[in-house]
Design a protein around this ligand. Structure first.
Ligand code: ADP
Ligand code: TRP
Length: 334
């Protein structure tokens, strides 16, 4: 369907991937790129610097994200897998784009606004602990996307605004220079998943520590599932069950049949939360156990991961150079 569209997406190396990342971003991106040689999957490691992670963590988490992509089904001989820092053209493009992006656009960006809101709530200076990397985050993200002329960017709901800013940045650059050299990207959001809640009912996120890890041992999955908040309402209707955090997570993992079955069992009280949670654990095992084994095997061979990332970047750098060259000619420096 999207065979000739260029698909691109990235996952930051800032923590261990969870099922929200997989269902909202990784799986839809891989599904859409099946048999599409124009697919770019990358690890935005310079974005992760903004979080202040120590060097050894960045290195470790870069391997974790690469192994996650591969264990999830990415075929590095057919699709492009690389890390951002291996494509320096991205950063040169960012410098060029900086000159056309209005500062006001950055004031409105979610990542910066969230940091400001937290500071206001804590009665601190609004810019406390905000670095320039966080502030200009959407411009670097736009460069990630525009350097490879991506048409479609599969992301979760929280990233829609960033992709829209990338689109606006491309549009502004094109109209300023009267030239359509930058492709306007569009976001692709998985409608059926949208946003998976965490075990506490808020959005599942690495930063809230409320997640179910994607690749894990059965024991780790079980510990996470046990923490899912449940109510003491013994009289669920199909409608009220649909509102529970349990249902929202379960229905994101399981197929429709299994979801309908468990709804019926809860409504007719043939099972309680304990059995429902055991069933969720079985769903996690059947969906992710095999992939987990591949993931843990890969993490035991980080040299292999480094090789894959290096050759991934080498293969596509000429595409980035070509875009950069066109941009440089357009602005008058070449
Ligand atoms: P986190 O919030 O855990 O730090 P990231 O910001 O690294 O996650 O997100 C990586 C990708 O996964 C993004 O495309 C994001 O939209 C998607 N994503 C993150 N959390 C969820 C969720 N709970 N449900 C669906 N998609 C998600
Ligand atoms: N901002 C994305 C996130 O936090 C990660 C990211 C960086 C990205 N550059 C990108 C996603 C380009 C898609 C395309 O999840």
């Amino acid at each position: 369907m999207n065979d000739n569209k260029i698909i691109l997406t990235g996952i930051k190396p800032t923590g261990r991937p969870h099922i929200g990342n997989y269902l909202g971003a990784i799986e839809p991106a891989l599904r859409r790129s099946l048999n599409n040689p124009n697919s770019f999957f990358f690890i935005p490691d310079y974005h992760a610097l903004n979080n202040g992670l120590p060097a050894d963590e960045i290195k470790k988490l870069t391997h974790v994200i690469a192994a996650t992509w591969i264990a999830s089904g990415l075929n590095s001989t057919k699709q492009h897998l690389y890390k951002q820092s291996d494509i320096p053209e991205i950063f040169e493009l960012e410098t060029i784009l900086n000159a056309t992006v209005p500062k006001g656009w950055m004031n409105k960006s979610h990542a910066y606004k969230a940091a400001m809101d937290q500071n206001i709530e804590a009665k601190r200076d609004v810019d406390y602990d905000v670095n320039m990397g966080l502030y200009t985050y959407p411009i670097l993200m736009a460069s990630d996307i525009l350097i490879f002329n991506a048409d479609q960017v599969p992301v979760g709901k929280d990233q829609i605004q960033h992709v829209e800013i990338a689109r606006d940045i491309a549009g502004r650059f094109n109209s300023k220079y009267g030239n359509h050299i930058l492709t306007l990207p569009e976001h692709l959001v998985e409608k059926t998943v949208f946003e998976v809640p965490g075990v506490d009912g808020r959005k599942m996120s690495k930063s809230y520590n409320n997640f179910i890890p994607l690749f894990a041992s059965e024991e780790e999955w079980n510990n996470a599932v046990k923490k899912i908040v449940t109510d003491s309402n013994q009289e669920h209707t199909h409608e009220s069950f649909k509102e529970t955090t349990f249902y929202k997570i379960f229905s994101a993992i399981a197929n429709e049949n299994d979801t309908n079955k468990i709804s019926q069992q809860i409504v007719d009280k043939s099972i309680g939360w304990k059995e429902a949670k055991d069933e969720m654990l079985s769903q996690l095992v059947s969906r992710f156990k095999e992939k987990s084994d591949i993931y843990f095997d890969l993490l035991n061979d980080t040299n292999k991961i480094d090789e894959i990332l290096k050759s991934g970047a080498e293969l596509i750098r000429p595409i980035a150079s070509k875009t950069l060259k066109q941009v440089k000619m357009t602005i008058g420096v070449l």
